[in-house]
Design a protein around this ligand. Structure first.
Ligand code: UDP
Ligand code: MG
Length: 323
């Protein structure tokens, strides 16, 4: 039987949050009067979340556990959730209760109006450090400026996706993923609902600065060539500058010849110019390397994730049965 709604929640060491997450989702989803399922993706947890997820799956057959062989990261966990979700509409939600499940009802309302992507816009964020808020806000605005897809500002992965959109997203198997960018890129009818992002119910963030930086890099490189073009701009700027500098320096040296002019054309100046250009070249090489490494990863074509336990039925099997 295919449920109307699927809720997908990635889980990485969230043992304390899981029981209350399940209870709140059950209350909200039961109030819709429609059938639903909860896909819990265990992203290599080591704090007992795995057992809790299994237990929930045994107690309630609507809970479908997907258990990873190791930690693959948040975006990959959500991707696996989308692969296993069978609903007509799929909602992606964090498992730390920062995304209040009650907002799902607003999303469903917009979905019924015909919108196929309903993303949640954070109007306020509670219980997060100023550093997190500042970097998040900077990151969203930077991505907005330099990428080609217009990803709505201040949205996370908390969103509802229509089956049609999910079917497209599940065919996009790129490794370095930035799902909210991909969800904007596909198009369809999109709208937002605003909500207050709550503080974490329990535990601490699983997104240290290192992981945030990685996500930001994935977002930029997946949706923009801007960093590659920076090398070209810098090249033109320094070539332009030297074309202007050549006659000036020659003139100063030959015609003026004062000690000040000589100092300007001396060894220190040369060294600075060489170091500057060396730096620019190394940075450009690094940027090139960043893109090449990503190409290499994609070319290897490894599976996005390895599961050790999965629910028995996926959407493709369901549709095969009905033919
Ligand atoms: N998460 C995950 N794998 C990871 C890191 C995080 O599945 O490697 C999950 C985590 O359990 C949570 C969601 O992704 O449900 C968002 O993570 P978190 O709340 O730590 O991020 P923040 O809200 O602090 O940005
Ligand atoms: Mg969180």
């Amino acid at each position: 039987m295919v449920p109307t709604f699927s809720i997908v929640a990635p889980v990485y060491n969230e043992a304390e949050n899981l029981p209350i997450l399940y209870r709140r989702i059950r209350e909200v989803m039961d109030s819709t009067g429609e059938s639903w399922e909860l896909v819990l993706v265990d992203d290599g947890s080591r704090d007992g979340s795995t057992d809790t997820i299994r237990q929930l799956g045994i107690e309630d057959s609507r809970v479908r556990p997907v258990i990873f062989a190791r930690n693959f990261g948040h975006q990959i966990a959500v991707t696996a959730g989308l692969d296993f979700a069978r609903g007509q509409a799929v909602v992606i939600i964090d498992s730390d209760l920062q995304d209040p499940p009650e907002v799902i009802l607003d999303m469903i309302e917009r979905w019924r109006e015909g919108y196929q992507v309903v993303y949640a816009v954070r109007s306020e964020r509670e219980g997060e450090t100023w550093f997190k808020k500042f970097t998040a806000s900077f990151f969203y605005r930077l991505i907005y400026r330099i990428t080609d897809v217009k990803i709505p500002l201040d949205t996370g992965d908390f969103r509802l996706l229509d089956r049609q959109v999910v079917n497209v997203l599940t065919t996009m198997r790129e490794r370095h993923r930035f799902l909210r960018g991909m969800a904007s890129w596909v198009g369809f009818r999109q709208t937002g609902v605003s909500y207050r992002r709550a503080a974490r119910f329990a535990g601490s963030t699983k997104y240290p600065f290192r992981k945030m930086l990685k996500l930001a890099l994935n977002a930029i490189t997946s949706f923009s060539y801007f960093p590659l073009q920076v090398a070209t701009y810098l090249g033109f700027i320094s070539a332009g500058l030297s074309i202007i500098a050549i006659p000036i320096v020659a003139f100063l040296r030959l015609a003026v010849g004062t000690p000040a002019a000589r100092a300007l054309t001396g060894q220190a100046t040369t060294l600075i110019a060489v170091l500057f250009l060396g730096g620019v070249q190394l940075i450009s090489l690094g940027i090139l390397g960043e893109y090449i490494g990503r190409i290499y990863d994609e070319v290897k074509g490894r599976p996005l994730y390895i599961t050790s336990e999965t629910p028995t039925e996926t959407i493709s099997e369901v549709s095969q049965e009905s033919h």
